[in-house]
Design a protein around this ligand. Structure first.
Ligand code: GRF
Length: 209
């Protein structure tokens, strides 16, 4: 079967993007089930874009401040993504909430990874919030995006223990441990979605046999 087409959206260091690139390179796109056809970002000057360019991939940047309204930005992001005809769009550390137009076009095939065990600690500070709350375990969640903030149907989760040494100042160390689990989980989930196909039934995501 032909490899599914992925567009990956990034805002930062792009280590999740790199994990996908490495897995596709190691397995071959056909065996993995997917290939990355483009990488999009909401800002210039990030390592995630450098990784994409180093891999020889087309990139696009869609900045909120270049558009008159948030809705205009959302429509432009949707259009820039659609040009690459993706089967799946992956938000891998993309730190923007997309809007109506993007979801109308890519809802049900837009996957996000979040650094906490949803529905606990949604939003931009999932790691910090779990630490501040005193949670003893946290982790990461790969889920489909809906019109809420980190509320869409959950595909898979990975658990990471919070240890005594994880102070709120040590947020970065905990986030690094979460990201190790997160990268492996994202690679596994995206490959399985691409190879098996899937159905979203309410809040449940069923991989096809
Ligand atoms: C990940 O932990 C993601 O869940 C969060 O930001 C991090 C992105 O890391 N939203 P990277 O850019 O893939 O290295």
């Amino acid at each position: 079967m032909a490899a599914k087409r992925l567009v990956v959206l990034v805002s930062g260091s792009g280590t999740n993007l790199q994990a996908l690139l490495d897995a596709i390179e190691a397995d071959g796109a056909e065996a993995y089930g997917a290939e990355i056809v483009a990488v999009g970002a909401d800002r210039e000057g990030i390592v995630g874009l450098e990784r994409a360019r180093a891999a020889g991939l087309p990139t696009f940047v869609c900045r909120v401040r270049d558009h008159a309204t948030r809705a205009d930005w959302d429509a432009a992001l949707a259009e820039a993504t659609a040009v690459h005809e993706p089967d799946l769009v992956v938000s891998a550390g993309f730190m923007k909430i997309v809007g109506k137009e993007f979801l109308a076009r890519f809802g049900g095939r837009f996957v996000n990874t979040h650094p906490a065990l949803l529905p606990s600690f949604p939003g931009a500070h999932g790691v910090r919030d779990a630490l501040a709350y005193g949670a003893r375990v946290t982790g990461c969640t790969v889920h489909f995006v809906d019109d809420g903030v980190d509320t869409g149907p959950i595909i898979a989760q990975g658990v990471v223990e919070v240890v005594e040494e994880d102070t709120e100042e040590g947020e970065a160390a905990l986030h690094e441990r979460i990201k190790e689990v997160e990268r492996a989980l994202l690679v596994e989930v995206v490959g399985r979605l691409a190879r098996n196909g899937y159905r979203i039934e309410g809040r449940k995501v069923r991989l096809l046999p």
